[in-house]
Ligand binder design. Structure first.
Ligand SMILES: [Mn+2]
Length: 339
């Protein structure tokens, strides 16, 4: 049980502490305290928040069930202890993490849900905490970028983006999850030169989309480049670019950057992606080397997720990110467990 002081506005998650994770009415992420209003965010380092909507997808839906599946993918039970074997740090001991619940979505009204998420992310930033959004489809990057631009200025943050797709569609008929990084640049909420993408593959973006990205200053590393050079040099290049462009970074992870062998439970799967092991290493390295101002993991679609492996991978992506943030803030070097 977390010993640190808990404000009256915070509550423990709705299950009894002695109740196993498969029982009871629900679980917060990692059984961290539930914060239900902005006052309860006081003192928090990180606030997890769910964005259960999927009206923005092109193909298979279901990501509205993602936040719940990610929260219940792992039950840590009490006490919350997750010492990281490679880093030598327990994120739950080092950081004050709360679960801010899910934003107030309205079915079939994506604009409403986006506005609710923009407000929720703004409240978390205002409280001085790092928002970690559990998607939901990738259209949620639109309100996250809006909140970041209004808090830090468009030039005040960079973006490290793991995805199969660049999500830079410009066609007005494009689904909302395919356009957020084009839309944000056009609307002045993102500097094109501040984003670096990792894992692109398949047939989209089309050549004309890539041409627009070049002109806007985007950087990207394809899945083929990861095969040729390895994940570590590619991620180190992405980190160096993000660091050179802005003092803080938004890390956005579309779970379809993983190969469908590791993450079948997603809307627009594309063969030839990263392994879960590569992605977990990548996000904890990004989180430990850059000052993260926001993070999300999106496009987990539980109806297409046999055995829950995609939700489990997404849960671990968040846990590894928390571990990286904890290491960076501790100021200590990683102390991997070795004989
Ligand atoms: Mn995406």
């Amino acid at each position: 049980m977390i010993a640190r002081a808990m404000s009256d506005a915070r509550r423990m998650q709705p299950n009894r502490p002695d109740e196993p994770g498969y029982a009871g009415v629900g679980l917060t992420f990692g059984r961290v305290p539930l914060a239900l209003d902005p006052a309860a965010l006081e003192g928090a380092d990180v606030a997890i928040v769910g964005a259960p909507f999927d009206e923005g997808v092109t193909y298979r839906p279901g990501a509205r069930f993602g936040p719940r599946a990610i929260r219940t993918a792992e039950d840590v039970a009490f006490p919350i202890a997750r010492p990281h074997m490679e880093l030598g740090i327990d994120p739950y001991a080092e950081l004050d993490v709360v679960d801010y619940g899910d934003v107030d979505v309205r079915p079939s009204d994506l604009a409403w849900s986006h506005e609710a998420l923009r407000r929720g992310v703004a409240e978390i930033l205002e409280a001085g905490a790092v928002p970690i959004v559990l998607g939901g489809d990738h259209s949620l990057a639109t309100p996250v970028l809006a909140a970041l631009a209004s808090h830090f200025g468009a030039e005040g943050f960079s973006v490290v983006h793991f995805d199969t797709h660049a999500d830079t569609g410009s066609d007005e008929r494009e689904a909302p999850h395919g356009i957020p990084f084009h839309k944000a640049v056009v609307e002045g909420q993102l500097e094109g030169g501040n984003i670096v993408q990792v894992g692109l593959r398949g047939a989209w973006p089309f050549p004309e989309d890539f041409q627009w990205m070049r002109e806007a200053g985007f950087r990207w590393h394809t899945a083929g480049e990861v095969v040729e050079r390895g994940i570590a040099p590619v991620v180190h290049d992405a980190i160096e670019h993000a660091r050179a462009r802005a003092p803080r970074t938004y890390l956005t992870v579309d779970v379809d950057v993983l190969d469908p062998a590791f993450a079948p439970g997603t809307g627009t799967a594309e063969p030839g992606g990263l392994t879960t092991r590569e992605l977990l290493w990548a996000v904890r390295t990004v989180a430990s080397e850059l000052d993260l101002c926001a993070m999300d993991v999106v496009e987990v679609s539980p109806p297409y997720d046999p055995a829950g492996i995609t939700a489990l991978a997404a849960q671990r992506v968040v846990l590894e990110t928390l571990s990286g943030i904890a290491l960076r803030r501790s100021g200590r070097p990683a102390r991997p467990e070795r004989p």
